[in-house]
Design a protein around this ligand. Structure first.
Ligand code: FES
Length: 132
C-alpha cells in the first residue's frame, strides 16, 4: 500500500492501493481530492458510503471534482416551478458545462455512452483505501 498526502504529486500505475486518509477525515456530504494519477482522484462520502472518481470530465476535460454535489432534478407537479430534486448528494456536476455524473456508477444521462472513471474504495481499520 502507498500513503498519499494532499499536495504530493506523482504518477502511479493502475491498480495499486492507496491509503488516502482516515474515515473521519471525509464526513458524510464531504469530499477530498488526492494526487493520484494524472488528474487526481476525488473521494466522496455519500451518506457513509465512499466513492472515488477521476478528477477529469470526459466532455472537455474539466476539473470535475471542483463541481458541486447535488441530486437529480425530476418533474414534481406540486413543487414550486414543477421540478424537484431526488437522491440529493449522489451526483457531481462539472463546473464547466454542468454535465451531471452519478458518483456510484460514473454514468451520465447527458450522453449515456460516456462515463467518468470510478475506482474501488474500501475502509479497513478506519483507513480509506482507494485502488487506482
Ligand atoms: S468539461 Fe465537463 S461538462 Fe464540459
Amino acid at each position: 500500500m502507498t500513503v498519499t498526502q494532499p499536495g504530493q504529486s506523482h504518477s502511479l500505475p493502475q491498480g495499486r492501493e492507496h491509503v488516502v486518509c482516515t474515515e473521519d477525515e471525509i464526513p458524510p456530504g464531504e469530499h477530498r481530492v488526492f494526487p493520484i494519477g494524472r488528474h487526481g482522484v476525488g473521494v466522496y462520502n455519500v451518506n457513509g458510503v465512499f466513492y472515488a472518481i477521476a478528477n477529469y470530465c470526459p466532455h472537455e476535460g474539466g476539473p470535475l471534482c471542483t463541481g458541486r454535489v447535488h441530486g437529480r432534478s425530476v418533474v414534481a407537479d406540486h413543487a414550486p416551478g414543477g421540478a424537484g430534486v431526488v437522491r440529493d448528494g449522489e451526483f457531481i456536476y462539472c463546473p464547466w458545462h454542468q454535465w451531471g455524473f452519478e458518483l456510484a456508477t460514473g454514468t451520465t444521462a447527458v450522453k449515456p455512452e460516456w462515463s467518468i472513471r470510478t475506482y474501488p474504495v474500501k475502509v479497513l481499520d478506519q483507513k480509506v483505501i482507494v485502488t487506482a
